[in-house]
Each structure stands twice: as C-alpha cells, then as structure tokens.
Design a protein around this ligand. Structure first.
Ligand SMILES: *[C@@H]1O[C@H](CO)[C@@H](O)[C@H](O)[C@H]1NC(C)=O
Ligand SMILES: *[C@@H]1O[C@H](CO)[C@@H](O)[C@H](O)[C@H]1NC(C)=O
Ligand SMILES: *[C@@H]1O[C@H](CO)[C@@H](O)[C@H](O)[C@H]1NC(C)=O
Ligand SMILES: *[C@@H]1O[C@H](CO)[C@@H](O)[C@H](O)[C@H]1NC(C)=O
Ligand SMILES: *[C@@H]1O[C@H](CO)[C@@H](O)[C@H](O)[C@H]1NC(C)=O
Ligand SMILES: *[C@@H]1O[C@H](CO)[C@@H](O)[C@H](O)[C@H]1NC(C)=O
Ligand SMILES: *[C@@H]1O[C@H](CO)[C@@H](O)[C@H](O)[C@H]1NC(C)=O
Ligand SMILES: *[C@@H]1O[C@H](CO)[C@@H](O)[C@H](O)[C@H]1NC(C)=O
Length: 647
C-alpha cells in the first residue's frame, strides 16, 4: 500500500521541524529568566511601601507609514500593443448593464443562443434571464467612485499588544507581503458593464456542497453587491496603501472579460478597461499587483444551471468540479487566460492560474483538465509572452501532519493523505513525475499522463502557492489503503478518497489550537512543519498565498459595535504567531518561503454567506456605502513585518 512512497526518489524523510511529543512534569521552565542579567534576588514574601502617586502611564501615538512608490515601476513583459498578435480571433464589444425589467417584458427564451446574433444585446439579456436569479438587486454605485483621502485619525496604531513575539528574526528584503480578495467575493456589479453570469451567482441561490459551506437555501446570501469593489476599488487601494500594505492579490472575473465564457466569443471592452484601470491604480499608489486568472467563478455556460445535476462525468463526494469536468474547460480557460495575460503581464509580476483546485476537483478528467490548462498557461507566459515574472497554481490547505509522529501508522496515514491532497498535483507539476500510485487506485477514472504530458506539465511552478488556514492532524482509520481507495462508494465508505481521519486534536485530547469560526484553528507550529514538508518534498520555493481566520465574537455579525469589530485581537495573535513560525522556517530551517498574502483585505462574500468574516477590515453592511474600518490586526501585522524588514 505504501510502495509508491518509497519508490519515489525525491521524497524526503520527515522534516527537521516535525512536531514531537516530549513528556515532562512540573511547571513550565522559564529559560529567559536564567541569564545573569535577568537574575534578581526576590524575597519569598514581598515588602510593601507607599509612594507619591502620579499619572505616569504613557502611550506612544504612532501613525501608519504609507507604502513608498518605486519609480519607474519595472516591466515584466512586452506591452499589449506589441504582443496582441498572440491572440487569434480577438474582438471586443460592449453590452453595458443588464436590465432585468426590460428582459421581463419579453418572453423568456428557452436558450440564450440566438443563431442570427449569438453575442448581441438580446443574447446578453437572454444569458442573464437563463441564469434565473431570484431577487436580483444592485448596490448603491453605478460608476467608479472617486476616493476620499484616508483620514490620518484612522491611521493611528492601536495600543500595543501586551503579549507578542519577542524573537529578533528579521523579514527578508524582498519578502512578498500583502492582502487578497477574489472577484466574485468583492466586486459586486455582477450584471454591470457587460459582465455575464458565473457559477458564483448560482452559489448564492442554491446550495452547492463543497462551495457553500453546508448552508441551506434560506441561509444563502448572494454576491450581487459584495463589497462593491468594482466601483470602490480606488478607495480600497487607497486604504491599503495608506496603512502600508505592499501587495494586492486580486482575481479577474472570467465573465467580465468574456460574458459568454467561451473561445471565439467577443471580449468585453469595459472588462478589459476595468482591470487595466485597477492595475494602473495599484501601481500609482506604490503597491504591486498579483493576479489570479481563475478563482472558482466559472462561466455558467460551462456548468449549466444546476452543476450537481448536469456534470457530464458525474460527481462524487457531493462536490462539483467547478466546470472542469467539461471537456471544453481546458480550451476555454486557456483562451481566457491568454487574453488577460497578454493585456496585463507587462505590469503584473506574479500570476496564479487556478485557485485551490482540490476544493472541488474529484474526477479524473477534471483533474487532468486542471493540470494541463495550468501548464498551457505557464508555457504561454514564459515562452510566448516571455514574461519575466512568476506563475503558479494555488494549492488548498497545508499538508497534514501525523497525530503521533512516533507511530509509523500515523506517519503512513499522513503521507497517504498528502499524496492525495498535494502530490497528485505536485509530483507532475513540480517534479515532472507521474501521479502517486495511491492517486491512481483512488481516482480510477484518472487520465494517465503520457511521456509528452509529463514533459509538458513538469517544472511549471515557479513556486508553490499554498493557502494556509489550518493544518489537519492525521490518524489512520483503515489498514488497507488500496482496498479503501478502490471502494469509491461514498455512502458505504465515508473516508474515501483520503481514507484517513483528519482532526484537530492532539494525542492528549486537547484542540491543536484556538478553534475559530469556519473550521480554522490557530496552530502556528504546525505551519512550520508544513512549510518544511512542502519545500523539502517538492523542491520548489513556497509562498503562503492565503492566510486567514474567521472569528467568533468580535469580528462576526453576531457582535455589534464597530469599535468592537475592530478590536480583533485573536486575529492579531493568529497572524503574529504564524509569521513568527514562517520566519523560523526561513532562518532556522532554510526553507525558501517567498512571502505571505493575507486573506482577506476586507470582510467579503464567502461563497454563499457574509457570516464568515476573514477581513482585516470591517465592512459596515448596514450602510449602502459599505464603509470600511481597519481592524487592529491589520495594523499589528503590517507593523510586525515592516519593523523587521531588512533593507
Ligand atoms: C510524570 O508524572 C507521572 C505521574 O506521577 C509519572 O507516571 C510519569 O512518569 C512522570 N513523567 C516524567 C517524565 O517524569
Ligand atoms: C511625597 O512627597 C512629599 C512632598 O514632596 C515628600 O515630602 C514625601 O517624602 C514624599 N513621600 C514619598 C513616600 O516619597
Ligand atoms: C436574435 O438576434 C436578432 C438580431 O439582433 C434579433 O432581431 C432577435 O430579436 C434575436 N432573437 C432573440 C430570441 O433574442
Ligand atoms: C436552515 O438551517 C437553519 C439553521 O440550521 C434552520 O434553522 C432552518 O430550519 C433551515 N432551513 C431549511 C429550509 O432547511
Ligand atoms: C472565430 O470565432 C468565431 C465565433 O465568433 C468562430 O465561428 C470562428 O470559427 C473562429 N475562428 C477561429 C480561427 O478560431
Ligand atoms: C460544457 O460546456 C459547453 C460549452 O463549451 C456547454 O455547451 C455544455 O452544456 C457544457 N456541459 C455541461 C454538462 O454543462
Ligand atoms: C519570446 O522569445 C522567443 C525565443 O527567444 C522569441 O522567438 C519570441 O519572438 C519572443 N516573443 C516575444 C513576444 O518577444
Ligand atoms: C469508481 O469505481 C468504479 C468501479 O469500481 C469506476 O468505474 C469509477 O471510474 C470510479 N470512479 C472514480 C472517480 O475513480
């Protein structure tokens, strides 16, 4: 069962920073109190005395430092005008806003395809009617909002954290550090300025397991408005630049560029213009853009209205495949990716092809379409555009760690889990090696990788993007992984496909860390182990491309009062402890961690709900203007990184 593990040449032994359990009794040692300087003699009982009281408590008032511009900003590829010939059959048009009331007066078409004018205004309108959205609404804005300057009074740092890291590890000079959001979760304006319908709009209407976090229909919220970042982006960027955030990671809405989604369909000129404006504005403010091509917002035409019912190779596990099961997915995604890379690569130094495929991809053909389209885009970027930046795919979730690393069955279970979670992607993409055997017997409909396929996909990660929320602890539940993997009947075999028991509990029954809302646990030391695993197993640099938590209490909708929302001290604790472990991985373990991107810039639409708030800024959804407020965690984390940065 574990044969594949030991037949792979590059798989290394457990990393240096692997967690181990050491038994010890009595109180905790205080090693920092034993240095000669720290040793003071205290009587067993204190002596008490009076003094003349005065109000001598002092507070330092520090204001955030805005990001500094690099002028001129470097370029990473030829400008669009020099490489436009790389796009075949490229044409643009404009559709403007969908008008639901106008559409309602015409008979709803049975199909959005109109043979005489397949992409005209009527077809655009029909496309939206076909999307069948109930309670469609728009937000307060209909044009780009001119930003108001961020008041200095909102940039004063909170009182210092009483407890915080006391180590002296620095942050490398070029360490990438910023915040993220994704188009479907922040933009709103879903039917404005030519945008077509995506699966994300359906996810606000019907529960899609694996997508809507187990919410039922009555609990779902739609993304029609989100944080209106499509219109408020200048304000959003101004706020981040003012507080000192250098990188802004965003995704490009597929159906804003291609309302009809597919190759050969015309491109929305207003969509192209929007992202041009966004990128230019980011640069103008001294920040650096990082762009994701596909962040789950599949055009509806690739999935149909009910992706659960229509996926053409079936679905398993109650997940759907983001449309990747569709045999036309690869060509469609690559077509979209080429359009945006050709337009923006001159100014964007970091590209992500696909966000967290593991969250939804559970069939062999989907899997194959994902890794091949990633490789197609990698080669287009480096070999046709000749982009000099970096490109990757974002993996969901860090590798699991054995609950008891001294127990070989726990280690085997963790390895099995990591093979199915990560090595199925990363052996081919990072190392040019075939899938692990465990993947082949688990996904029996897998598409074999030919020698030519392996040559195409191998070495197509400039770094591994990993979205870290928490690291599961793995316990074995079966003796025979192959028998478990082969039995893909998920009703009789609830452990398929991983065939292990992932949990968040130590061998002694404690939670591994603070249990936050939405199944995220604060467990910083496990991150260090996970980073060691990724770097040493797959042998390419790592970037934490998402890191964040949704809190209970302050920072959730059940806790009213904006100043309380802002005081998200548990989030500060999460980030500062995780960043400390990242620095230990870099300086003490030699792990090449290129940077950390925090999720999310502001509270947003978390795939069906506004309840899970991961934001480093609070969004006041009781006002139509959706005003944002900095949370203390954003100040704390920027201060942590920039006070340590080497020059
Ligand atoms: C700790 O205390 C328990 C209970 O008295 C004892 O069984 C165990 O051996 C002790 N462990 C160590 C490491 O001293
Ligand atoms: C308090 O201040 C008074 C007046 O300056 C002084 O006489 C006295 O000694 C002080 N007491 C102590 C405890 O320092
Ligand atoms: C199809 O397109 C033509 C030309 O734009 C238009 O006249 C006609 O109304 C459209 N038909 C439908 C069903 O939308
Ligand atoms: C949806 O879930 C909520 C909370 O669990 C429950 O109160 C409600 O009855 C559910 N609604 C439906 C239609 O199942
Ligand atoms: C260009 O796109 C049209 C659809 O707009 C399609 O009919 C045609 O075959 C495409 N041509 C090429 C060369 O891809
Ligand atoms: C697959 O995508 C094509 C468009 O390329 C679409 O016509 C078809 O309906 C999709 N299949 C499913 C099952 O949704
Ligand atoms: C990219 O580099 C290749 C190989 O040097 C060259 O043939 C091609 O013309 C370059 N493309 C662009 C857009 O400069
Ligand atoms: C599940 O197993 C059946 C036969 O046992 C196989 O035909 C099918 O392809 C398997 N599905 C996956 C996703 O591996």
């Amino acid at each position: 069962m574990k044969a594949s593990l030991f037949s792979l040449p590059l798989l290394v032994l457990p990393a240096a920073a692997q967690q181990v359990y050491i038994s010890s009794n009595g109180s905790s040692p205080r090693p920092w109190c034993t240095s000669p300087a720290a040793v003071t003699t205290y009587a067993a009982t204190p002596t008490f005395y009076h003094s003349n009281f005065s109000y001598t408590q002092t507070e330092t008032v520090r204001t955030a430092t805005a990001v500094q511009s690099t002028t001129p900003a470097p370029t990473y590829a030829p400008a669009y005008s020099a490489i436009s010939s790389l796009l075949s059959n490229f044409s643009t048009t404009t559709w403007g806003n969908w008008d639901p009331s106008a559409a309602a007066t015409t008979a709803a078409p049975t199909s959005f395809v109109n043979a005489s004018d397949p992409y005209g205004p009527a077809a655009f309108s029909s496309l939206w009617e076909w999307a069948a959205l109930s309670s469609f609404s728009r937000g307060a804005y209909s044009t780009t909002v001119s930003p108001t300057p961020v008041p200095t009074s909102s940039l004063i740092l909170p009182p210092p954290l009483y407890f915080g890291p006391t180590d002296c590890l620095p942050v490398p000079k070029d360490f990438v550090f910023g915040v993220a959001g994704s188009a479907a979760q922040i933009e709103g304006a879903v039917a404005d300025e030519g945008r077509g319908p995506a699966i994300s709009e359906r996810a606000g209407q019907i529960p899609i397991p694996g997508f809507t976090s187990g919410l039922n229909e009555s609990q779902l919220s739609n993304n029609f408005v989100a944080t209106e970042s499509y219109y408020l982006y200048k304000q959003d960027i101004d706020r981040l630049a003012a507080i000192g955030v250098k990188y802004y990671s965003f995704s490009i809405s597929w159906t804003r560029i291609l309302p009809f989604g597919l190759p050969g369909s015309p491109v929305n000129a207003q969509g192209i213009q929007h992202y041009d404006d966004l990128i230019n504005y980011i640069l103008e403010k001294g920040m650096i853009p990082m762009a994701t091509i596909f962040h789950w917002d599949t055009p509806l035409v690739l999935t149909g209205l009910d992706p659960m019912a229509t996926s053409d190779s079936g679905y398993l596990l109650g997940n759907f495949n983001f449309g990747a099961q569709n045999s036309t997915f690869r060509e469609a995604l690559v077509n979209f990716g080429k359009i945006v890379m050709t337009h923006y690569s001159d100014r964007v130094p970091i590209w992500v092809t696909i966000n967290e495929p593991q969250t939804g991809i559970v069939t062999g053909p989907s899997f194959y379409n994902v890794i091949m389209s990633h490789a197609d885009l990698y080669h287009f970027y480096h070999n046709e555009i000749n982009g000099t930046g970096e490109i990757t795919i974002k993996m969901a979730v860090t590798p699991g760690v054995p609950q008891d690393p001294t127990d070989p069955t726990h280690v085997a279970a963790a390895e099995h889990y990591n093979e199915i979670l990560l090595s199925d992607y990363l052996y081919p993409l990072a190392l040019g090696l075939d899938y692990p055997d465990s993947f082949k017997y688990t996904l029996q409909d897998y598409i074999p990788l030919s020698t030519a396929d392996l040559a195409h996909v191998g070495g197509t990660l400039d770094f591994i993007g990993v979205d870290v929320y928490s690291t599961p602890v793995i316990m074995p539940v079966v003796d025979d992984y192959q028998a478990c993997g082969l039995n893909n009947d998920t009703t009789s075999n609830p452990y398929w496909p991983y065939c292990v028991y992932p949990l968040y509990e130590t061998v002694n029954g404690w939670n591994v860390g603070y249990d936050n809302n939405d199944a995220v646990y604060t467990e910083p030391t496990y991150l260090r182990t996970a980073l060691n695993y990724l770097w040493n197993t797959y042998q390419v640099p790592v970037m934490v491309t998402e890191l964040g938590i949704s809190l209970y209490g302050p920072g959730t909708t059940d806790f009213v009062g904006i100043t309380s929302q802002q005081y998200d001290v548990e989030r500060s604790h999460y980030y500062l402890s995780y960043l400390t472990e990242v620095l230990k991985a870099i300086w003490e373990d030699g792990v090449n961690v290129k940077g950390v991107i925090m999720w999310a810039s502001a509270d947003n639409w978390e795939w069906g709900s506004y309840e899970f708030q991961f934001g480093l800024q609070y969004v006041d959804r009781t006002t139509s203007t959706l005003d944002q407020y900095y949370k203390r965690s954003l100040f704390d984390v920027v201060d942590f990184v920039e006070s340590r940065r080497l020059s």
